[in-house]
Structures are given as structure tokens and as C-alpha cells.
Write a protein that binds this ligand. Structure first.
Ligand code: ZN
Length: 99
């Protein structure tokens, strides 16, 4: 689980997911409210998770699967995101370039 580099607060799974839904690059620590950034390696891992949705949409359209499989997949992806994404998050105090 991610740990704030400013105050050392270990973020919970739910805090990590809530902080991930932001438009900017910075995520706010729920304990000290300083801005934290994903490490470049962590951002790359997050990209792989976000690719699951368009890949599935392509597969369902190619195979002609219905809405039930769509909702089952969305539920599966949401559960996978909840359980597997937060442990991959690593935080840093300063924003670093991806490459
Ligand atoms: Zn903090």
C-alpha cells in the first residue's frame, strides 16, 4: 500500500482509490493534505489497468457478446481494480517525468 512521503501515513485501499480519481497529477494525502505524486513506474502500472476497459469493449464487439457480459466484465474489472491496483501505487513528494 502507498505511504505518504511527507508524513509517513500508510494510505488505506479506499483512500488510495479515492485519491486516484483526480484530474490532475497530484493526489492529496488524507492525513497531512500535502500533494503526493505517482512514481513513473507506478503510473506505467496504472496505465495497464486502464487498458482493460477498451480491450474488453473490442472483444465484446468482435464476439457479439451482450449487455450481461458487459456488466459482468465491468464488475470484474472494478473488483480487480479495488484489490490489485492500490498495492501497485508508490508515492513521491515531487512530480517526475514519465520517461
Ligand atoms: Zn501525508
Amino acid at each position: 500500500m502507498p505511504i505518504c512521503q511527507h508524513c509517513g501515513h500508510p494510505w488505506s485501499r479506499l483512500e488510495t482509490i479515492k485519491a486516484s480519481f483526480t484530474l490532475g497529477a497530484a493526489m492529496t494525502c488524507p492525513n497531512c493534505e500535502t500533494k503526493q505524486y505517482l512514481t513513473p513506474q507506478s503510473r506505467k502500472k496504472g496505465t495497464y489497468f486502464s487498458l482493460l476497459v477498451p480491450v474488453f469493449l473490442l472483444v465484446t464487439s468482435l464476439l457479439g457478446l451482450g449487455w450481461l457480459s458487459f456488466f459482468l466484465y465491468i464488475g470484474t474489472v472494478s473488483a480487480a481494480f479495488y484489490f490489485f491496483y492500490p498495492p501497485t501505487v508508490e508515492l513521491t513528494d515531487e512530480e517526475k517525468p514519465l520517461w
